[in-house]
Write a new protein. Sequence first.
Length: 343
Amino acid sequence: MQAIIYILHSGNLYGTERMALATMTGLKQQGRGMLLAPPGPVHAEAARLGLASRPFSSPARLSRCLLHELKAHRQLNLVATGVSHSLIAQALAWTRRCRIRHVHVVHGGTDERLSYGRKALLDRLPITLVAVSGFVRERLLAHGCRDQRITVVENFLPNPPDRRRDPASITPIRRVAMISRLDPIKRVHLLIEAIEREPELRGIQFEIFGQGSEYESLRARSQAMPNLVLHGFQPDAADRLADFDLLLHTCAEEPFGLAILEAMTSGIPVLVPNAGGAGSLVTDGHTGFHFPANCSGGLANRLVELKAMAPARLHEVIESARHAMKTRFAPARGLAQYASLLA
């Protein structure tokens, strides 16, 4: 495989950046790799993983970095996540008369125009759009991207939680975790409304891990709920999942949801909306459970149902999810798809 250049639009270390590092790590035996990203913690993590990286703080600086690589390699494999970065790379390749195999990864987001609408600018260029879920593919199609330009490569779990719940310890659901940013689009308020309307949920302990613009307002509403705790951001939240009986995810606009895969790996069932990328990751009653999206009443009813579910039935779902992690969401599968696109 030829040299791989991976351009990130962010230097943070969230899902998009973690997947970039996981992909580069998995493919580094097949060719030299270089990560280009704005300044941020992703560079320190790249160094820890033995990956080369260079920061850029402007389009001009990115162009200089790309020109350096294009001078050294007449042919390149290039992966990008930002529309402007893909356009810059394509223009420079044409100017230098270099051949690039160009993949643009679409992780999606809550802003329709920025997350999906602008991707149509790339549709007529020799660029393959990679959607990280079937939901992301649907949104790209809705914004005018052609089906033949889109390939779905689902995310995989680059760093699984260290702990898995002992199957022998599975009990009725009495302790539920949420790992989420506390922003309006995440719909965390649905849980508070469900607890308010359904007295039987007072017998379940709910714990929320995450920060965001709604933290203070949600904390104020939870003061009258002794069975609801907001922990704020906790870096080891994923490793704590094995201590819980269920992961709850409430965002119906989520394009994917790595926390869902982390719960599956940890050996606990998941409850997600029946819409969006999160819903597409779970087969209801088989690898997890659905509730009616954006409906606090439907959420309350499903939680009551799950509270009464026998441990043996929960174990069946947990084992099916475990199989999905070894097959559908296996890192080797995702890496093989990227290797094929860049071959």
